[in-house]
Ligand binder design. Structure first.
Ligand SMILES: Cc1cc2nc3c(=O)[nH]c(=O)nc-3n(C[C@H](O)[C@H](O)[C@H](O)COP(=O)(O)OP(=O)(O)OC[C@H]3O[C@@H](n4cnc5c(N)ncnc54)[C@H](O)[C@@H]3O)c2cc1C
Length: 373
């Protein structure tokens, strides 16, 4: 039986392990340095392209109360405190746009595919094509090694590195009063705020994205942020003051990789370790899921190589990066005239169904399991 070593128990590593365990006969080991079983709340949006991969992984067994199917995206102008328009997503019949707590997805994959037996709780310090070296100096041999260790990977070559985007995300959670099925995107001057439900138990996530100078390099997420409300109350919409006064918040500096890097020959990187980018189109997890599906298909056909994966993925990842970066510019416009033009365009796109579909189709309609290689 072939041995495969996967470094990192994030969405990319676990989705690949689940696909392999579901369909192929491999001896799988997954290495993880952190305690992934702790129930850290972290909201995540998964669009239909990523959801297609999850459907392949028995997502129909995921507890119904633990995720939300999103029916519309509501756009607001924070400066004029007015609603711009609603983008209806009801047309997404086959695969919906979902929001959930990332930890619940991780728990689901581990449970559904009995992956606890395959997880080795150890930090990987280095690797080559056939060998993984652990922190305790143990060396293990594999036929295939996949690196899925996130944007702050220490296993990449030196010239591929995360660069601070200049923006940080301030994130928190609160209890809502009623069950909702929409995402709110509030566009401000040089900032934007996104809020969405993460389950049907009234839990809601918010993320405020803003240019923030980093006083020190923070190479992990979930850094606690004191005084959030006092420091940001001028830009937080008035009707949210009561909620945000008492909410605990963390700061996630937003990094992006200076270059897309799927690895060399048989040393293969996937997910954020290959292409971490700005999350303003909420595509990081979906791209990680697409990567896993493509790599699984290559492994299945005995065609596994970093070059092949890179050829399959480069163009799409570049386009999604560019759409994400454009979104950030459009969301943060500070000029009165440009903001008004933007708001009119959003209204037209939301009103004309054909335009809504067209704007979303490049990202949403993609099926990683059906694309050619
Ligand atoms: C503010 C913000 C909001 C976001 N919102 C969304 C969203 O709504 N929708 C969306 O799709 N994406 C979103 N993303 C992006 C998304 O979270 C990531 O793209 C996605 O989680 C990447 O998954 P991954 O498996 O590649 O990496 P990670 O989730 O980073 O997993 C890597 C794993 O590898 C482990 N590891 C690292 N080094 C080692 C080592 N040496 N040995 C062993 N283990 C190791 C880590 O502990 C970790 O568990 C957001 C990102 C940010 C910053």
């Amino acid at each position: 039986m072939k041995k495969i070593g996967i470094i990192g128990c994030g969405i990319a590593g676990l989705a690949l392990a689940s696909l392999l365990k579901k369909s192929l006969d491999f001896d799988i080991s997954i290495f993880e340095k952190d305690n992934i079983q702790d129930t850290n709340v972290s909201g995540i949006q998964i669009s239909p392209n990523g959801k297609k991969v999850l459907s392949h992984l028995n997502f129909s067994n995921f507890q119904k109360d633990n995720f939300c199917s999103i029916k519309k995206i509501s756009f607001f102008d924070m400066v004029s405190s007015s609603r711009i328009s609603d983008m209806n997503l009801n047309y997404l019949k086959n695969e919906s746009y979902i929001t959930l707590n990332r930890s619940e997805l991780i728990k689901f994959l581990i449970h559904e595919y009995s992956l606890s037996k395959n997880i080795i709780k150890q930090k990987v310090v280095s690797f080559d094509e056939k060998k993984i070296i652990l922190e305790d100096n143990n060396q293990l041999e594999f036929d295939i090694i996949i690196v899925a260790d996130g944007i702050f990977s220490k296993l990449r070559i030196n010239n591929i590195k995360p660069v601070y985007s200049g923006y940080s995300a301030i994130r928190g959670f609160y209890k809502n009063l009623e069950i909702e099925d929409h995402i709110d995107v509030c566009l401000g001057k040089n900032c934007h705020l996104v809020k969405y439900p993460i389950d049907k138990k009234l839990n809601k996530s918010f993320t405020l994205v803003k240019k923030i100078e980093l006083k020190q390099d923070i190479n992990h997420y979930n850094y606690p942020l004191e005084n959030f409300f006092n420091d940001y109350k001028d830009i937080i919409p008035q009707d949210h003051h009561e909620i945000f006064k008492t909410t605990k918040t963390v700061i996630w500096p937003i990094y992006k990789l200076n270059k897309i890097f799927y690895g060399h020959d048989k040393s293969i990187f996937i997910g954020d370790s290959a292409h971490g980018f700005i999350p303003s189109r909420a595509q990081g997890a979906s791209m990680a899921l697409e990567d896993s599906m493509h790599l699984f298909n290559l492994i299945n056909k005995n065609l596994v190589s970093a070059d092949k994966l890179s050829k399959l993925r480069q163009k799409r990842i570049l386009k999604v990066i560019s759409k994400s970066e454009n979104n950030l510019i459009i969301f943060h416009l500070s000029s009165f005239v440009l903001r008004n033009i933007r708001n009119q365009i959003i209204k037209i796109i939301c009103k004309i169904h054909f335009l809504t579909k067209t704007i979303n189709s490049y990202i949403f309609d993609y099926n990683a399991n059906k694309s050619d290689f």
